[in-house]
Design a protein around this ligand. Structure first.
Ligand SMILES: NC(=O)C1=CN([C@@H]2O[C@H](COP(=O)(O)OP(=O)(O)OC[C@H]3O[C@@H](n4cnc5c(N)ncnc54)[C@H](OP(=O)(O)O)[C@@H]3O)[C@@H](O)[C@H]2O)C=CC1
Ligand SMILES: O=C1OC[C@@H](O)[C@H](O)[C@H]1O
Length: 387
């Protein structure tokens, strides 16, 4: 029996468009036969006409309701799950709106502005028996699943270090106006929440998530550096050194694993857009390395470099895992939401609530160390608040 999930889309911006385009693709194109997706409603907080033109532009099949407010969409009985695609500043309020209306939620990254907000969302979902997930699409890429499997099966031994970078090489002065969500403090802009979350995703999916749930431990130490964008005061660079208490269950007592996670606007992980500068993520184990190529949010190649005394290059393995059909690759996370709802789960095992909260706590700490605070209205845990 095929399970169909009926989505309500909150916002008509850039990522809402990309996500819906992926939702509308034929799942068979990616080899999926157990779940399908329907876009049942689209809402714009600006105007109904914005939702109408979104639906027309993307040729969303009828029937698809359009609304000029998010409240109307979350109260539409034909919507099962809501995709929150507003700026970071509004994730807490918009996700609460949907949960309070009894809807399951997939909320864009960064999950919230701070960990306190994330905890309340998860607690609300738990109490109401609703599914909730942070939309970290990277986790659901077949490449991520395969790399986690390799680490878990000991392909590169005990992983002691991860180096992870998502830096985009854009001059903020010319790339964005001061009110753009990337640099606007009122919208919780800045490199850390927008991009650093992916560098942290690789750190966590390797050094935290590959352990059995009962053995996952929050970082014992976080040291960071942050530079500010003078025009708006958000961070334009953050570099983090993170220590985890232990690595694998068989690790020697007191052994720790470490990560360096980086993000920046002005320098780039991949300056020539051809990968010449090397991998974006390096996973370093006692028996070899796994290197990830391509942007940390949607990599399409990994390389396994085993330790070898002879240095025989034939042992190096490059594995290409392109996204099918020229899509963005957001459909895999949507498939996960559908399967979780079909199976009656409230959270995804691939990105459980506690892990999203722990990552938000790391970002809280890094912001504290860097002296980055957002306006009280968007750090607030009060609901409802008109922002
Ligand atoms: N997974 C991924 O690859 C990506 C994820 N993202 C994430 O998606 C979210 C949105 O990013 P993106 O789509 O690029 O942003 P956009 O600025 O393109 O769109 C945001 C949309 O949010 C709605 N919105 C609601 N309230 C506000 C407000 N107060 N100010 C501005 N917009 C508001 C608007 O839609 P409307 O008027 O219709 O309500 C707006 O178009 C962010 O959390 C970002 O981190 C972004 C890019 C890629
Ligand atoms: O999530 C994202 O991934 C792609 C980036 O270009 C974008 O800024 C970010 O929000």
């Amino acid at each position: 029996m095929v399970f169909n999930l009926r989505w309500g889309i909150l916002a008509t911006g850039g990522i809402a468009e990309t996500f819906v385009k992926d939702l509308l693709r034929d799942p068979a194109e990616r080899g999926v036969t157990d779940v399908t997706h329907t876009v049942a409603a689209v809402a714009s907080s600006s105007s109904k006409s914005s939702a109408d033109s979104f639906v027309q532009r993307l040729q969303v099949p009828e029937p698809c309701a359009t609304y000029g407010s998010y409240a109307e969409a979350v109260n539409d009985a034909s919507v099962q799950a809501v995709y929150v695609a507003s700026p970071h500043s509004h994730h807490f309020q918009h996700t609460m709106l949907a949960l309070e209306a009894g809807k399951h939620v997939l909320c864009e990254k960064a999950f919230t502005v701070n960990a306190a907000q994330a905890k309340i969302l998860c607690e609300t979902a738990r109490k109401k028996g609703l599914f909730l997930m942070e939309a970290v699409w990277t986790r659901y890429f077949p490449l991520s699943i395969e790399v986690r499997r390799l680490v878990q099966t000991g392909a590169i031994g005990e992983v002691l270090r991860v180096i992870s970078d998502l830096s985009i090489g854009d001059e903020p002065e010319t790339a964005w106006s001061a009110d753009h969500r990337m640099v606007n403090k009122d919208l919780a802009g800045g490199a850390l929440l927008d991009l650093g979350v992916y560098a942290l995703t690789w750190v966590f999916q390797i050094l935290y998530h590959t352990l059995p749930p009962s053995q996952r431990k929050a970082p014992s130490q976080i040291t960071s550096h942050m530079s500010k964008y003078p025009k708006t005061g958000v961070d334009e660079e953050a570099t983090m050194i993170i220590t985890f208490p232990t690595t694998t269950p068989s690790a020697l007592p007191n052994r720790t694993s470490h990560a360096v996670a980086m993000t920046a606007f002005r320098v780039s992980t991949d300056p020539d857009n051809r990968g010449s500068a090397g991998p974006s993520v390096q996973i370093q184990g006692t028996k070899g390395h796994i290197q990830i190529f391509g942007p940390a949010f949607c990599p399409e190649k990994y390389r396994v470099v085993p330790c070898s005394e002879s240095g025989d290059p034939a042992t190096i393995q490059d594995v290409h895992m392109p996204i099918p059909g020229g899509a963005r690759g957001m459909f895999w996370e949507a498939d996960e939401v559908a399967r979780c709802l079909r199976d009656g789960k409230l959270e995804s095992e691939t990105l459980p609530w506690d892990e999203s909260i722990t990552i938000m706590e790391v970002m809280d700490k890094v912001r504290e160390q860097g002296g980055l605070t957002y306006p009280e209205s968007i750090e607030s845990t009060s609901y409802p608040l008109a922002l």
